[in-house]
Write a protein that binds this ligand. Sequence first.
Ligand code: SF4
Length: 412
Amino acid sequence: MNETTPPPAAAPALAAHWTCPFCPLLCDDLQPDAATLGLPDSACPRARDGLSALAGAPASGARVDGRAADLDDALAAAAARLAAVRQPLMAGLGGDVAAARAAFRLAAAVGAICDAVGGDALVQGLRVQQDRGGFNLTLAEVRERADLVVFVGSWPEGRAPRLIERFTAGRDQGPAMVALGAVPMAEGVESVLPVAALADSLTMLSALVAGRRLERPNPELQVLAERLRAAHYAVLVWEPAQLGPHGGLLIEMIQRIVVTLNQSTRAAGFPLAGANGAATANQAFTWLGGLPLRSRIGHHAIEHQPQRYGAARLVAEGETDLLLWANPFPGVVPIDTPLPRIVLAAPDAAATLGDESNTIFIPVATPGVHHRGHLFRTDGVVLMPLFALREDGLPPLAEVLGRLAEAMEGGA
Ligand code: SF4
């Protein structure tokens, strides 16, 4: 920024509260400087990174096939391309509630298949929920009740740096903590079989928790099973995105352990998921259409195909003829494809687009930094309000999607 460039305008009336939108915990106890988007060095590193990615002036305006365009022209070009294709795919979906609602409206107007950002991980948990149900609890319940927390398969600190702090805030004595099949990066957390195959460990742990006699039980798992059975309220934490392509099976095993424990004590699961607005988009699509993402929003019916409607697969197999990518958070990289693309994303996505000869790029504002909104927290039952720190002159994703929907409805 040079001396003649005015600093971005702060929104003083909105600066009294802040909810951090950069991971699914949505912490609401930090307060960045509205002018610089700075946080103290000691604050959450992920929040600081997210804010610093948005601290400068937007690096790029709208572009059509690599050439600068104003917003109206870019929207007109996007509407023309949407009107010319047979099967559009809306992927990367995530954003605040208003953006998700607008995405649903646009999808209905053009008959789009819709997938979340991180859709592969989302569908793992979703399938288990659909097939077997689940027994999960909220962040506040973990903090109030848990006396044993087991992190299964991954150590979540890099993706949700304050998770342990959120689990223990205000408690004189926090819960005992164990990492199963993961290397813990915090003091006081015990490690159980950090490199063993998780499927094997969970199978044996499940049998031991159920009280089955095994010929050669692993002694570490035997101790863990006894601790789980003795706990007043055990919580098993997992990250679907870190469990690999067969994560659904692992989540099923985790839930089976939870169900078994509940026959004699209390236990519940805590999935850490839904970052970058994926959980919010999924919730909004579910209440608007009755089915979650990985659905085709047809004019007369909604078709839910969790395996078939994965965005990467649809693109790779040529089952779509246009990709509309819609996600307003920094650091989210759109799918690379020679297909016609309409990319509605945070300004930093411009640097990741590669060949733009068939790409319309419209930078959008980030909810919780540049405008107000709402996001669902990882526990799925708490809708957190987002506040604006300052405006960046870019339109919210909801506005862009809404204008496209209007154009497509008018042209239908
Ligand atoms: S833990 Fe997540 S929500 Fe909390 S401050 Fe860090 S990035 Fe933001």
